[in-house]
Design a protein around this ligand. Structure first.
Ligand code: ZN
Length: 123
């Protein structure tokens, strides 16, 4: 995989984060990376999601780039490790003590002291 461009840009419109599938709001800064494998691939993520992956070295295990599935799996594993509770992959919505993915992600971001970095454009 070759990185063609890699920058932090300000969103002109809403985008979807490749890693957590959450919304990147218009006006929010996000990571914009263009990769080339066979085809060009434009990769857009929250700054926090990227920082989390870098800080926890999740990129290092993935020679062809960290996939959305691996990211989400890593978040769930990390959440359960930090909380000290066994990770049951079959744990589902509706189960007692179910924690939505975005709450697990936010918890880990806070835990690793990654600053909330979604500065809005001031007009
Ligand atoms: Zn994200």
């Amino acid at each position: 995989m070759t990185i063609i461009s890699d920058k932090i840009v300000k969103a002109k419109k809403q985008h979807k984060c490749y890693f957590c599938t959450g919304i990147i709001e218009a006006g929010e800064k996000y990571k914009h990376q263009v990769n080339k494998q066979d085809d060009l691939f434009v990769f857009k993520t929250h700054i926090n999601c990227n920082e989390l992956a870098e800080k926890l070295k999740w990129y290092e295990d993935c020679w062809e780039g960290l996939s959305d599935d691996s990211f989400q799996e890593s978040v769930r594993n990390e959440y359960h490790t930090v909380k000290g509770i066994p990770y049951n992959a079959s744990f589902r919505k509706g189960d007692k003590d179910y924690v939505p993915f975005k709450d697990q992600l936010q918890f880990i971001i806070n835990h690793h002291l990654i600053e909330k970095n979604n500065e809005k454009v001031v007009r």
